[in-house]
Design a binder for this molecule. Structure first.
Ligand code: 4GM
Length: 245
């Protein structure tokens, strides 16, 4: 999986590239992250990437030209790596909201070219000529598209084969089967007044699977009625639900 990130703050991406599961996946060459600073594609002595908006107003707008050159460079690098199917994604609050089905769809590509905005946005003409998809990570405004770009990459990298180890937890976890996760417990057996649920100590795998599913169902009904509405239980799960009433 190839990611080219267009950003004036490439140092921020060490959080993704040097730590944890994503850091290891990149070290193992399962994911490749190329950071491209549009300042390197300016031609003036000040390396300007922003200007005042036509029509007036307080803030600054990112200029089209350095971003266009940076995206062209990203596309040439994708091709040089044999990654021909890499759409240009703009992270913005106006985009379609990221959710697990969209992550699976994004993973069908060879990679992404992620465009991170700063200041008060980007010249509209650059967006119209270069951007294939606009994605939001939620209904709030951040000071730049860098954190959203890292969220998108993390959500994709953890779905790559072999990245999560063989406990299959990436395939198991929240949303992937359309339900929230079941509660987890570990040592000690008693924490304050609370004991670990008896069934988890029983070693009875069928009972444990049933208990976990019923916990997932209860949580999802209580916290995310929208997800519960859309969930269709299989035969086994229908039986477990009937038994639990
Ligand atoms: C406004 C317009 C994405 C703000 C363009 C980017 C939140 C998200 C920015 C921009 C962002 C999001 C930068 N804030 N909800 N800030 O995904 O690039």
């Amino acid at each position: 999986m190839f990611f080219a990130v267009i950003t004036i703050l490439p140092e921020m991406f060490t959080a993704l590239t040097e730590f944890g599961i994503t850091g290891r996946a990149i070290a193992n060459h399962q994911a490749d992250v190329l950071l491209i600073n549009p300042r390197d594609f300016t031609s003036d002595n000040y390396r300007r990437i922003d200007e005042r908006p036509f029509g007036g107003g307080a803030g600054m707008v990112m200029m089209a030209e350095p971003l266009a050159k940076a995206i062209d460079y990203a596309k040439s690098q994708a091709l040089a790596r044999g990654k021909s199917n890499c759409p240009v994604v703009y992270l913005s609050p106006q985009g379609k909201t990221l959710a697990e089905p969209m992550v699976l769809d994004l993973c069908e590509h060879d990679g992404l070219i992620l465009l991170c905005g700063r200041y008060d946005g980007i010249d509209e003409r650059l967006l119209q000529q270069y951007v294939d998809r606009e994605i939001s990570i939620g209904d709030y405004v951040l000071s730049g598209g860098e954190l959203p770009a890292m969220v998108v990459m993390d959500s994709m990298i953890r779905r790559l084969p072999h990245v999560m180890g063989d406990n299959a937890s990436a395939v198991q976890d929240s949303f992937v089967d359309g339900l929230l996760d079941y509660p987890q417990y570990t040592k000690p057996l008693k924490f304050g007044e609370q004991a670990v649920p008896e069934v988890l100590l029983s070693g009875h795998h069928a009972n444990i699977a049933k208990w976990r599913f019923v916990e997932q169902a209860k949580r999802t009904q209580a916290r995310r009625p929208d997800l519960w509405q859309a969930f269709s239980p299989d035969k086994q799960q229908q039986k477990w639900l009937k038994d639990s009433l």
